[in-house]
Ligand binder design. Structure first.
Ligand SMILES: Cc1cc2nc3c(=O)[nH]c(=O)nc-3n(C[C@H](O)[C@H](O)[C@H](O)COP(=O)(O)O)c2cc1C
Length: 208
């Protein structure tokens, strides 16, 4: 699949079948993650790949407990928000069903003489995006989440991730559930974001 098609149809897939994913496909996704760019090619990432049912159950229960009521109570003023929050509600309710969950983590290690937090995130986000794109290219659904924030202690204790290691993304991966499809992502036109040769002002009326 052409990379532009992958990017253009890489919708967040929040409902996954519990069916197992062949390990070789996950290996390809992890290969893609480790091909990402990073500051000074520091490659300061560690991917914690979880398919153990007990660990998924423990983490899923913590996510559910923290999020189910919170998401249910969030206002849904428009269709886009409603679809996203309804999807998030299903995601948190069934989090442990995802056959694989990848935690994108890393230490504050760059530059070695004076490590800075910003460089950690700048390495981890491209790697996380490569995971999502590679999964899509293989027909696997995934979604970039920050759900580790609501279950940080449980995740660290369950997986043995040290407190000094940052967690940038929690990405469930699996086959899209019945009725859930990849399709064109909904984004504003390119010209709403592009300034040619010089800053052209607040293009989207967002107060910048
Ligand atoms: C940094 C980041 C954090 C995100 N966190 C969450 C999350 O915690 N839960 C969730 O359901 N989706 C999360 N998403 C997915 C976005 O909501 C989604 O990409 C966006 O709504 C656009 O939808 P689309 O990817 O289907 O086009 C996150 C995406 C990014 C880039």
């Amino acid at each position: 699949m052409d990379v532009f098609e992958v990017m253009g149809t890489c919708r967040a897939i929040r409902q996954l079948k519990p069916d197992p994913v062949p390990p070789e496909l996950i290996d390809r996704v992890l290969w893609a993650a480790t091909r990402a760019p990073s500051p000074g090619n520091s490659q300061g990432w560690d991917f914690v790949v979880v398919d153990d049912p007990d660990a998924r159950r423990t983490i899923g229960a913590a996510v559910r407990e923290a999020m189910v009521d919170r998401v249910a109570a969030m206002p849904r003023p428009d269709r886009t928000t409603r679809l996203m929050l309804d999807g998030t509600a299903r995601l948190v309710a069934t989090f442990d069903q995802a056959p694989v969950i990848v935690f994108v983590t890393g230490g504050v290690i760059y530059p070695p003489q004076a490590p800075r937090e910003a460089f950690t995130w700048s390495a981890l986000y491209p790697a996380a995006q490569n995971i999502v794109l590679a999964a899509r290219a293989l027909g696997l659904g995934s979604v970039f989440t920050t759900l580790h924030h609501v279950a940080d202690r449980t995740i660290r204790d369950t997986l043995g991730i040290p407190d000094h290691v940052r967690i940038a993304a929690t990405i469930p991966i699996g086959w899209p559930d019945d009725g859930v499809q990849f399709g064109p992502v909904s984004r504003r036109p390119v010209e709403d974001f592009v300034h040619r040769n010089r800053w052209e002002g607040d293009k989207r009326g967002i107060g910048i």
